[in-house]
Every structure is written in structure tokens, then in C-alpha cells.
Write a protein that binds this ligand. Structure first.
Ligand code: GLA
Length: 392
């Protein structure tokens, strides 16, 4: 993969100089949705698809960036001493944001660079292509500048770039999974304390399948910010009766005892999802460790129902895919994954039922929505890193 990209780099920037190659994966969340900004748990993993960055350091402070995924936009130029959000720079605002936040944290990026990006995460699928390019940038800037910043700090820098430079109030899950992911493991993260543990996802007889609705995630960002505000308000109401710092602090019993402090039905539903989903996630990881895949799958189904009925972030397409999956023999569990309003589902299905699953769900989905679904088998990969090249 990177040999071709290196040739592309040399041609684009008219040079033969050696390059360095970095990679940051995409992510998929197995369970624990819309809990990360509520102080709860998430259980994502890094994928083997992601963003490649081919880079050469410069001797001045200019930066040039190009993405093979957005060829029409062409090469984007800027100077390290003048980094501002620019609508025309489109995708490049993500890497620009990361560099800007590094500078704000007094990390001295002395020299500029030329970079060519290429991502093989399916477009707009909600598998975190934006967090992927953020981490690819953070890691390359850290390595080129010999800044010695730890991965967890690069994760926080990337999240801050998305919150402050891009203006999406996302939690830390995506950047964390992409920075800290490990091959064949999912990571249980407590988003309040940032403590985490890895769990092997070794399915013997089952496959993990991502299904893409191919529905553009229209109003997702504004709805996302709205959900976040509703939860913050519900928390403030609960804090008048119970001493907590986040919804993630509540047990299910405490929530049931105090929920009447939330004065609005919609906000109560949002908080109910956040509290129950947090507990469901921890229980699911326990079941997985015990090898009880059936129980894990059932909790995935419950997660989807809660996201559909209480959090209201699924929509017709995600529901059509998941409900079709539930009806297929051999499906152990299926749910939407990521922010919702389009994007992908994640399903555990018995290995010998994968083909009938694809056929049945694909057909039913097309009949219901007029859209074609895409299916990808999940391979769990390592987090963001430099790729070591064979210099021949
Ligand atoms: C998006 C955000 C994450 C998380 C999920 C929902 O992917 O970037 O921080 O909140 O939605 O679980």
C-alpha cells in the first residue's frame, strides 16, 4: 500500500527524497454508546483500515498537505505561524487543528512538512475517519519534531482539536481507540478517569461484521451537540438531589430513586439511556471475558433498543438494518455503532451464517429504504504509529 503512496508523493511534490510513513486506524465501538461524554464506559476497538500519511520534513516553516481522497481540493498550503480555520481547506482543518492545539500547548514544532494522506476507511461511514486523520497528524508531528509526547496526550490533543478547532463537542472515545488500540483486543475505557483495560476479542465460531447504511450523516453534528446538552441539563437537575459529578456516577438503583428530579420526559429518557448503557457496557465485558457470547449479543440488542427508544439517535436506516439482522438465524447480536443518524451497525453472527446474513439483510434493507448496504468483516488492528519501511 505505502509503496504506491510513496510514488504518488514523489510525483506530487517532485522529489526523490526519502519519506516517513505513518498510519492511524479507524475504530468501531462494540458497546457503550453516547456514554463517553457522560462519564461512562465505552468498549471500542481499532480497525486495520485507516489513514496513511507519507511525509517529508522541510527546512522552513511551510506546510503542504494533499489528500488522495479529495483530489479536487488539491494541495493546501499554510505557514506554521498562521494556522486558522479556513472553510476552503475543508478536510485539512482536522490536521491543521491538531497542529494548532500542539502549538497552544507550547509544543515546539520547528519545521514544516509536506504530506500526502490516503484513507481506506469507507467514506462517511461513522468509523471515525476524522479522528483517524487527527491521530495520524499528531503522531507524525510528534515524531518529526522529536517532541516525546505520550500517546494519551496525543489523544487528548486530537480531541481538543475536534472540540475547539472544528467545533464538534465529541467525547474521547474515538481518539482514544485510535491512539491506544491493540491488535485483536477491544478496550474498556472509563471515560471519567481514563483508566482502561484490554480484552481479547477471540471469537471462535462467530464473525464480527460492520454493515454500512450508506446514508449520509446529515444533521448528525447538531443533534449530537443537542443530546449532550440535554444530558448536561439532566445532570444538573439530579445534582440538586444527589452528590454526583457525572451521570456515569449513578447506579441503576440510584437513578431510579432520583429520576423524578429531572423535570422533562425527554431529558429523563436521555439520562436513563446514559446510566443503563454504562452498566450494560461493563456487564457486557464481563460476559465476554466469561466466553458468554450469547449474553454479550443480547446486551448489544438492548443497547440498540435504548438508542432507538430513549436516546433517539438511530433513524429509519439503522433500525431497518438492525431489525433485519435480528431476524436472521445465527445472529447473536446487532446494534448501531458510533454517533448514529446513519453510519454503520455492528453484528455478531455465526461464521457459517455470514453469507445468508448478508443476502437476507441486504435485500430487506434495500426493499425498506432503496439503499444498498455494504458489509465488511472486522479485523482489529493496532493503534496509530509509524510504519517501518524496508528501504531497498
Ligand atoms: C461519536 C463521538 C464519540 C462518542 C460517539 C457516541 O463517535 O465522537 O465521542 O460520543 O459518537 O458513542
Amino acid at each position: 500500500m505505502y509503496k504506491q503512496l510513496t510514488e504518488d508523493f514523489h510525483q506530487l511534490y517532485q522529489t526523490n527524497e526519502p519519506v516517513r510513513v505513518f498510519f492511524a486506524p479507524g475504530r468501531v465501538n462494540l458497546i457503550g454508546e453516547h456514554t463517553d461524554y457522560n462519564g461512562g464506559h465505552v468498549f471500542p476497538c481499532a480497525l486495520t483500515v485507516g489513514t496513511y500519511a507519507i511525509v517529508r520534513q522541510r527546512t522552513d516553516r511551510q506546510v503542504r498537505m494533499y489528500s488522495k481522497n479529495f483530489e479536487d481540493i488539491g494541495v493546501i498550503h499554510f505557514h506554521l505561524d498562521d494556522i486558522t480555520y479556513d472553510k476552503k481547506h475543508d478536510w485539512a482543518n482536522y490536521p491543521k487543528g491538531v497542529i494548532r492545539i500542539m502549538q497552544q500547548r507550547n509544543l515546539n514544532i520547528e519545521y514544516g512538512f509536506d504530506v500526502l494522506f490516503f484513507g481506506n476507511i469507507p467514506n462517511g461511514a461513522g468509523l471515525s475517519s476524522s479522528a483517524s486523520i487527527e491521530l495520524a497528524t499528531a503522531v507524525l508531528a510528534n515524531e518529526l519534531g522529536q517532541l516525546n509526547v505520550s500517546m494519551i496526550e496525543l489523544v487528548k490533543i486530537s480531541q481538543q482539536a475536534e472540540n475547539e478547532f472544528i467545533g464538534v463537542s465529541c467525547g474521547i472515545m474515538d481518539q482514544f481507540a485510535i491512539g491506544m488500540g491493540q491488535k485483536d483486543q477491544a478496550v474498556l475505557l472509563n471515560s471519567d478517569t481514563l483508566s482502561y483495560t484490554y480484552s481479547p476479542v477471540k471469537l471462535q465460531n462467530e464473525a464480527l461484521i460492520i454493515t454500512n447504511t450508506n446514508k449520509r450523516r446529515g444533521l448528525a453534528d447538531s443533534k449530537y451537540n443537542e443530546r449532550r446538552q440535554q444530558c448536561e441539563q439532566a445532570l444538573a437537575e439530579l445534582q440538586t438531589v444527589v452528590n454526583i459529578t457525572s451521570l456515569g456516577d449513578l447506579t441503576v438503583e440510584q437513578f431510579e430513586q432520583h429520576k423524578d428530579a429531572i423535570k422533562d420526559d425527554v431529558r429523563r429518557k436521555r439520562a436513563e439511556h446514559a446510566v443503563y448503557e454504562n452498566h450494560r457496557t461493563q456487564e457486557a465485558v464481563t460476559k465476554l471475558k466469561q466466553g458468554d457470547i450469547a449474553a454479550f449479543g443480547k446486551l448489544m440488542n438492548d443497547s440498540h433498543k435504548s438508542l432507538r427508544d430513549l436516546y433517539e439517535v438511530t433513524g429509519k436506516e439503522l433500525d431497518a438494518l438492525v431489525e433485519a439482522a435480528w431476524a436472521v438465524e445465527g445472529v447473536i447480536g446487532s446494534r448501531m455503532t458510533g454517533a448514529g443518524f446513519g453510519g454503520c451497525t455492528i453484528t455478531i453472527v455465526e461464521k457459517d451464517k455470514v453469507e445468508p446474513f448478508k443476502a437476507q439483510v441486504g435485500k430487506q434493507y434495500e426493499d425498506a429504504t432503496g439503499l444498498k448496504a455494504d458489509f465488511y468483516e472486522v479485523e482489529i488492528g493496532d493503534g496509530a504509529r509509524e510504519l517501518v519501511l524496508n528501504h531497498s
